[in-house]
Every structure is written in structure tokens, then in C-alpha cells.
Write a protein that binds this ligand. Structure first.
Ligand code: 1GP
Length: 232
């Protein structure tokens, strides 16, 4: 349950967006493997705590994806720490991490912390702009980042991020081919079951974010991919 290698599907909820109790219940009881709490804009500790407390009424694993050191709070099952491998600014690859570990390293529970090697591919998304990501990449470029994540850095997660737009299945497929132990997450633009199924054929875990807020019923249908396996 808390082992990402066994996951196939997760919803990502943004602390900065409104969700009704009824819809939150549907998401938490959907059968998804986890709820990831994370966002780029105006994420405050207060909003993170509020959303965590609401999700905690259900048994689904609850993970904080840390985008801002001020929003870290105990109470989550796991903590994901993104490192943007294709950022052109060391701040997002290693510098913020260095600052956090220098300050809190001795009290961090490393068993609960997983580093995600991000590769951001939608140049229009906020995360790409914020991190100055180099998004003009070929499938071979992306596969090399995947290989770096696994073979050089031994990261538990490689995250292909197309946030806000549906990605290129050929790139996802090519990256997956070089991964053996690192779990591949795909997120971006998944709005219905067919898109979820297409990406779940290659990615180990698909992440559904924005469609929770735009079309809840279709978002819920994406959970059905859990019974499908990836193409080896
Ligand atoms: C965002 O990868 C997630 O970090 C999901 O993307 O919001 O486009 O579904 P969407």
C-alpha cells in the first residue's frame, strides 16, 4: 500500500483548489492507490494541513509532494521530493535539497522520503517555467534522463511530467524501456479512461490531477486501469 512499486494510479490534489466533501469522498474511496497533495501556486501550510486533515478521514495512502519547504508537516504516509533533472537552474535539481538537508537532515525520517527524478516536457506549464526546464527534448534525450535516474542516481521514481497537456505516448514508451527498478510515473492531461489506458500501457503509475476539478466522473473512470498491466 505504501510501496510505490505496487501502484498503478494516483490522484494529485492541489491544496490551492476547492473540492467539495462529496467529491473528495469519491476520490478517496475510488480505489486509487494514493492521493498526492501537491501544487505549484500559492501552496501554504494552512491549505496543506486542511486538505491533509480532510483526506485523513479515509484509509487511502496520503503523500505530500514537497514543492515548498515551509509547507512540510508531519502526518503524511510518505513525502515525495522532486528533483527536476531537466531544469537549467541548479536550484531545482539540488540546491533547495541541500538547504533543507543542511537544516533538517538529522531529524528527517528517510524511510518516509522518496526522491522523484522529474522530467518536465510541457513548456507551457507553470512548473516548466518556474524551473526553467529544457523541454525541447527528443525521445532519446528523455530516455537518457530516465537512465540517469535509475542507473546513476538510483532514484525510486522517474516522473514524466506533462502537467496540463496530454503527452506523447512514444516518449513515455521509449523512457519506460530503459527502466528496470525505478518506478515510472506519468502525469499530464489525462481526462478519461482511454487516455489513462494508453499511458498506463507504458507508465507504471499514472497521475490524474486537473480533471478531478473539471470532470469528476470521467476522472473517476481512470481508476479502472488498475487491472491492466504494462507492455514490457
Ligand atoms: C501534475 O502530473 C500531474 O503534476 C497531473 O497533471 O493536472 O494535467 O492531470 P494534470
Amino acid at each position: 500500500m505504501y510501496d510505490v512499486r505496487e501502484w498503478r494510479h494516483a490522484f494529485k490534489l492541489d491544496p490551492n483548489k476547492e473540492i467539495t466533501e462529496k467529491n473528495l469522498e469519491k476520490i478517496c474511496e475510488s480505489g486509487t492507490d494514493a492521493i498526492i497533495v501537491g501544487g505549484t501556486d500559492d501552496v501554504t501550510l494552512e491549505k496543506v494541513l486542511d486538505l491533509m486533515a480532510r483526506i485523513r478521514r479515509y484509509t487511502v495512502p496520503c503523500v505530500l509532494e514537497v514543492s515548498n519547504i515551509d509547507c512540510i508537516t508531519p502526518g503524511f504516509d510518505l513525502y515525495f521530493i522532486p528533483s527536476v533533472l531537466n531544469s537549467t537552474d541548479p536550484k531545482w535539481i539540488i540546491d533547495l535539497h541541500h538547504k533543507a538537508v543542511k537544516e533538517f537532515g538529522e531529524i528527517m525520517n528517510w524511510d518516509e522520503i522518496l526522491v522523484q527524478g522529474y522530467c518536465i516536457l510541457n513548456e507551457e506549464c507553470k512548473a516548466a517555467k518556474l524551473t526553467n526546464a529544457k523541454t525541447d527534448l527528443t525521445d532519446e534525450d528523455v530516455a537518457a534522463y530516465a537512465m540517469i535516474a535509475e542507473e546513476m542516481f538510483h532514484l525510486p521514481i522517474f516522473y514524466l511530467e506533462y502537467s496540463g497537456t496530454y503527452g506523447d505516448p512514444n516518449i513515455v514508451s521509449r523512457a519506460k524501456k530503459v527502466l528496470k527498478n525505478t518506478t515510472m510515473f506519468y502525469g499530464g492531461g489525462i481526462e478519461d479512461y482511454d487516455q489513462a489506458k494508453e499511458m498506463a500501457a507504458y507508465a507504471d503509475v499514472i497521475i490524474v490531477g486537473n480533471s478531478v476539478y473539471t470532470n469528476m466522473e470521467k476522472a473517476l473512470e481512470t481508476v479502472k486501469i488498475k487491472s491492466l498491466s504494462t507492455i514490457d
